[in-house]
Write a protein of this length. Structure first.
Length: 214
């Protein structure tokens, strides 16, 4: 059985957990990192030399980097809705995954680490607002894409929606003012109706408030 290592308050772990739920795969979950520790052992370094979570272990194979794990899972599962045979069709969701990882997620993380995870007196609110504005621009790009489509890469949910959609919950719930454009609002409502999103993404993250140590 697949094993997935990583604390469930980790945003990168949550994306993997959500996909596991969507694919109805059986897995064993092991809490690791954060208050659970365990990243500094030799045993864990053999699974991931970067000593980061999430890590997926499938028999003798270990897979790290959240988006690589997502790609691995859909390629392995044999469901052509999630992993079409055409490399061009795959590129249509892959580009949004890369965009989310390199643009939207870093902008969101800068607000989350700059605001939610910082003790109030250490916050640089000008920097938080600057990054919030970047998030707002990312939402406008997503909105434009969703004006003609149900999901980011087509009429069916894909890894594009997992990687970009996972950001919306904390972005809107961390206590900062952010407005969702109409198509994004509709898409977010749809994501929130999915069991995997509710279970893993919409989960309590208050243990991270004002906490910078992991
Ligand atoms: N780019 C990596 C980032 C991995 C990462 O930074 N993971 C964080 C949690 S989100 C971590 O391991 N932090 C240490 C800890 O939780 O103790 C990925 O997407 O998997």
């Amino acid at each position: 059985m697949i094993k997935i290592y990583g604390r469930t308050t980790s945003f990168n772990v949550q994306k993997v957990m959500w996909l596991l739920e969507e694919l109805s795969l059986e897995y064993r979950h092991i809490e690791l990192g954060g208050r659970f520790g365990g990243l500094d052992t030799d045993e864990f370094a053999r699974l991931n030399p970067m000593r980061k979570i999430p890590v997926l272990v499938d028999g003798q194979k270990s897979v790290w980097e959240s988006h690589t794990i997502l790609r691995f899972l859909v390629a392995e599962c044999g469901d052509t809705n999630w992993y079409p045979a055409s490399s061009y069709l795959r590129s249509q969701y892959e580009r949004w995954m890369d965009w989310a990882h390199t643009l939207f997620q870093p902008a969101f993380m800068a607000t989350f680490w700059g605001y939610y995870r910082k003790p109030e007196k250490k916050r640089d609110m000008a920097m938080v607002r600057y990054n919030l504005e970047k998030c707002q621009k990312c939402l406008a790009i997503i909105d434009q894409q969703l004006s003609g489509l149900k999901y980011l890469a087509g009429e069916k949910i894909s890894l594009a929606d997992i990687t970009a959609g996972a950001i919306l919950y904390r972005l809107t719930e961390q206590g900062l003012e952010i407005s969702l454009p109409n198509h994004v609002e509709r898409w977010y409502r749809d994501l929130k109706s999915r069991q995997g999103y509710r279970k893993w993404i919409m989960s309590d993250f208050t243990e991270l408030k004002g906490r910078e140590d992991f």
